[in-house]
Design a protein around this ligand. Structure first.
Ligand SMILES: Nc1ncnc2c1ncn2[C@@H]1O[C@H](COP(=O)(O)OP(=O)(O)OP(=O)(O)O)[C@@H](O)[C@H]1O
Ligand SMILES: [Mg+2]
Length: 260
């Protein structure tokens, strides 16, 4: 079997922010990660440990202060093509209807109206939204529906890479489980390379091929998961992995508390 292609690669990457109030904040440091084609990697870690910055580096929205970030073998110098992003806030445009929000990436790529509409409607259908919402405005939808719209917008251009920043946070557990299952379906059929940030251990164990635990901008633990999918959240194997990841997170939270 041919080895899988390296799609996203961080090589000793570091990002330092400087503001008058905080002249030196290393959001990401000495960071190494290789995401192979079709892999689903989840990043877990406490607030402020650098997860969003990591995704923004891969998306070409920030440049590394140190080291290198490569996508498809080339150093990222500006937002690469063929990446779908779901940002932490969802970032739907409030003045645009669902259809216009989902079709945004297609519009930027210059597709004509008919093709935009067809592809946007297909994406809306794929994420489990009813077709009548195409004419709704974001504020007329529930939080769960808005998350689906953001996901539809990200997959609408058929990206080979998905960068997702807590895409299902602050939803009730049932809705969250549904969205996780739907993302899994999409991923199982399209096999994008996914870098997925979450605060939820259970979400990471449900979705990931690999889990990274981050604190202070660094990876402090890594887990490979070879559980069958879809995963049984109540199964012994699932709970065992969940506890292992929790242990790593707690250990490093305690270490973080010791130095702060
Ligand atoms: N544009 C910026 N300018 C200055 N500092 C920044 C900037 N973006 C992030 N930081 C700082 O970098 C650190 C990491 O921030 P980041 O947003 O990556 O954390 P996070 O792990 O995503 O947190 P959360 O889980 O709360 O979303 C924080 O200390 C933050 O204040
Ligand atoms: Mg964040």
């Amino acid at each position: 079997m041919e080895p899988k292609r390296q799609v996203i690669r961080f090589e000793n990457a570091g990002k330092c922010f400087s503001t008058p109030a905080r002249p030196e904040v290393w959001a990401v440091r000495d960071f190494n990660l290789t995401c192979l084609e079709g892999e689903l990697t989840c990043v877990l870690g406490p607030s402020g440990c650098g997860k969003t910055t990591l995704l923004r580096l891969a998306a070409g929205l920030e440049m590394p202060t140190m080291g290198k970030v490569c996508v498809n073998g080339s150093a990222v110098t500006n937002p690469p093509e063929n990446i779908g992003v779901v940002s932490q806030e969802g970032d739907l445009l409030p003045w645009r209807r669902v259809l216009g929000n989902v079709a945004l990436g297609l519009e930027i790529r210059g597709l004509d109206r008919q093709e935009r509409t067809e592809r946007a409607k297909k994406a809306i259908n794929r994420v489990g939204l009813p077709s009548e919402v195409v004419q709704s405005f974001p504020h007329e939808l529930s939080g769960g529906m808005r998350r689906r719209v953001a996901l539809a917008r990200a997959v609408c251009t058929n990206p080979r890479i998905l960068l997702m920043d807590e895409p299902f946070s602050s939803l009730d557990e049932l809705t969250r489980h549904r969205l996780q299952a739907e993302l899994l379906q999409l991923w199982l059929s399209d096999r994008q390379t996914v870098l997925f940030v979450t605060h939820s251990l259970e979400e990471a164990v449900f979705l990931a091929d690999r889990i990274l635990v981050m604190t202070f901008g660094r990876t402090v633990a890594e887990f490979r998961l070879d559980l069958d999918r879809p995963r049984d959240r109540l199964g012994d194997e699932f709970i065992k992995v969940l506890l292992e990841v929790r242990r790593a997170l707690t250990e490093h939270e305690n270490a973080a508390a010791d130095v702060s």
